[in-house]
Write a protein of this length. Structure first.
Ligand SMILES: C[S@@+](CC[C@H](N)C(=O)[O-])C[C@H]1O[C@@H](n2cnc3c(N)ncnc32)[C@H](O)[C@@H]1O
Length: 301
């Protein structure tokens, strides 16, 4: 997908994203979040940041990095996770396709001398010339949190190949992504017939988890783990989304939401309905979807 297509997934003129933004999603970190039961009320209070940060911490922990390690944070969004690793002593290059995300990352984390941000397509880093001046085996770790679903099937293969090329022998890739439960990702047509989910978040299909593993083996990686985070990430967040959608369906609920989040006062009844329809469509897609943290090592020789 090109940068204009991806950019639409972060454009808050979309009613569904506008409501989510008002409830705190995507303000400085764009992932869903790792929710524990005691922190679930935070979602409804419009403070998902705690869970989002927890997901970034859990995901980066899988890298097992040491201070001084060179890390590529692929599709870094607005840079939160790159900064997190930089503050722990890694030397981080955060790369994202969208110039507006990279600009925000540079502004927010300018003080962190361990981190630099680059606008580039992570599925094709070899062709990026001066803006990505790194050769083979330039990084000890590669991290990609909740972004590969937007790369498309060919882009995911290309990204895994790029990660392999850029890692030192013995290096590690951690890829956290939505995954399709069966071998046939085209089944998403049946559960998202109006493309409400796909057009909101700008993707075509999720990678089947088995295909990720096969692809990784084919490229030469040694799979170390595939952790199923569907419950804490998808299910608990979707419960929060369903609660918002049920408020959005009644005038009283909508008034309450707008009272709580004044930026929502100008959302029209039609836009609230669109939001609720996207939430319902997401629940249908979820039944065929999981969320996994995949750990892959490049062999030492
Ligand atoms: C859901 S966000 C996750 C961002 C970040 N990892 C985080 O957790 O905040 C997905 C990001 O992937 C980026 N992206 C999508 N396709 C890309 C590509 N081919 N190359 C680089 N970045 C890409 C988007 O611009 C967006 O910032």
């Amino acid at each position: 997908m090109n940068s204009n297509t991806v950019a639409n997934a972060y454009d808050s003129s979309n009613p569904a994203l506008r409501v989510l933004r008002a409830f705190g999603w995507g303000n400085d970190i764009l992932c869903i979040g790792y929710c524990t039961i005691p922190t679930m009320p935070m979602l409804l209070l419009g403070r998902p940041g705690l869970q989002q940060r927890r997901l970034a911490v859990r995901s980066t922990r899988l890298l097992r990095f040491n201070p001084g390690d060179r890390v590529l944070d692929a599709a870094c969004g607005m840079g939160f996770t790159s900064d997190l690793m930089g503050r722990q002593g890694c030397v981080v290059t955060g790369v994202d396709l969208l110039p507006q995300h990279i600009q925000r990352a540079r502004e927010q984390y300018a003080r962190n001398a361990n981190v630099r941000f680059v606008t580039a397509d992570v599925t094709n880093l070899q062709e990026q010339g001066d803006c990505f001046p790194f050769g083979d085996a330039a990084f000890g770790k590669v991290h990609c949190l909740e972004a590969a679903f937007q790369f498309g099937p060919q882009g995911r293969r290309a990204f895994l190949q790029e990660a392999y090329r850029l890692l030192v022998p013995g290096g590690r890739l951690v890829l956290v992504d939505f995954v399709w439960r069966t071998e046939t990702p085209g089944e998403i047509d049946a559960v998202d017939p109006l493309r409400l989910v796909r057009d909101t978040w700008r993707f075509e299909e999720f990678e089947p988890v088995h295909r990720y593993r096969r692809l990784a083996l084919e490229i030469g990686f040694v799979p170390r783990a595939a952790l199923d985070w569907t419950g804490p990430v998808l299910d608990r967040s979707l419960r929060g989304l369903a609660a918002l959608a049920s408020c959005a369906r009644s005038p009283v609920g909508r008034a309450a939401l707008a009272c709580f989040r004044p930026s929502l006062r100008t959302v029209t009844a039609t836009q609230w309905e669109q939001f609720a329809a996207v939430a319902d469509a997401y629940a249908a897609v979820r039944r065929e979807t999981g969320y996994a943290a995949i750990v892959l090592d490049k062999p030492t020789q």
